[in-house]
Write a protein that binds this ligand. Structure first.
Ligand SMILES: [Zn+2]
Length: 258
């Protein structure tokens, strides 16, 4: 219709009207594009918020699911550090605690407590990470993603040639009862910091065995290194969590309605 009108104005050489028609078309296109852009931006903001919520859920769930494993490793570390005191040259210690004995037994075990964030993996794979507009949060997510690969490769290395003390030194460390299942063992160990009366250690025999002492020191160093990675991960996840709480206006799990 506007085309017919323009042709008519051309015929009549009505230049002002032609200019006005031209202006109407230009303004129309401009407004149309602006509305389209505005819609796209709104969609992106909605999508961005969805990703923040997904990330928040993944972090809270991940931290929750790996809490037991993290605590297990924490108790392990404390017990092993304590046990090593008994193996110093001039040590007066003649008895290992139940916890220290259990930790020597478990010194080849690494409870998996690394938390990947599927949303970050998905956004990186599809080249869409820039949809997250918060630069500081994006930087934390990328740092965690890159560090995670290193931590996971690291634990593979730590586990590769660790010493399984229970089979290498069966005469020095002995199981008093049958363990029914691992989650029971893990929980008992976390609750008591030991496996009271269930594992027996011959400290005098251990002290006299240099190979045992070397292997124990090696396993303890590996456990220490694993725990350091877990600690770095916890710090990274807590920083991301704090930023997400800030962005989403979440306070201790309760959402504050805008
Ligand atoms: Zn939160």
């Amino acid at each position: 219709m506007i085309l017919r009108r323009v042709i008519k104005h051309f015929h009549n050489q009505e230049w002002t009207a032609i200019f006005l028609d031209f202006l109407i078309v230009v303004v129309g296109v401009f407004v149309g594009l602006q509305v389209q852009n505005w819609n796209d931006s709104r969609q992106e903001v909605v999508q961005e918020q969805k990703y923040y919520h997904r990330l928040h859920t993944e972090i809270v769930k991940g931290l929750d699911e790996t809490r037991a494993a993290f605590t297990f490793q924490q108790v392990q570390r404390q017990n092993l550090n304590g046990a090593l005191e008994a193996f110093r040259e001039a040590s007066e210690i003649r008895h290992l605690s139940d916890g220290q004995c259990a930790s020597i037994y478990f010194s080849h075990i690494y409870e998996d407590a690394f938390i990947p964030l599927p949303t970050v993996t998905e956004l990186l794979a599809s080249g869409q990470l820039s949809i997250l507009k918060k630069d500081d949060l994006r930087a934390l997510l990328i740092a965690h993603f890159l560090a995670l690969k290193g931590w996971e490769d690291g634990v593979d290395g730590l586990q590769a040639d660790r010493a399984v003390m229970t089979s290498r030194y069966a005469d020095l460390i002995r199981l008093g009862v049958e363990f029914s299942n691992w989650s029971f063992v893990q929980q008992t160990f976390i609750d008591n910091g030991s496996m009271r009366g269930k594992i027996h250690c011959n400290l005098a025999g251990m002290r006299a065995n240099n190979r045992f002492k070397n292997d124990l020191f090696d396993n303890s160093s590996r456990q220490e290194s694993y725990f350091e990675s877990l600690k770095l991960q916890q710090e990274a996840l807590h920083s991301i969590h704090a930023k997400l709480d800030d962005v989403l206006r979440i306070s201790h799990g309760k959402e504050v309605k805008p």
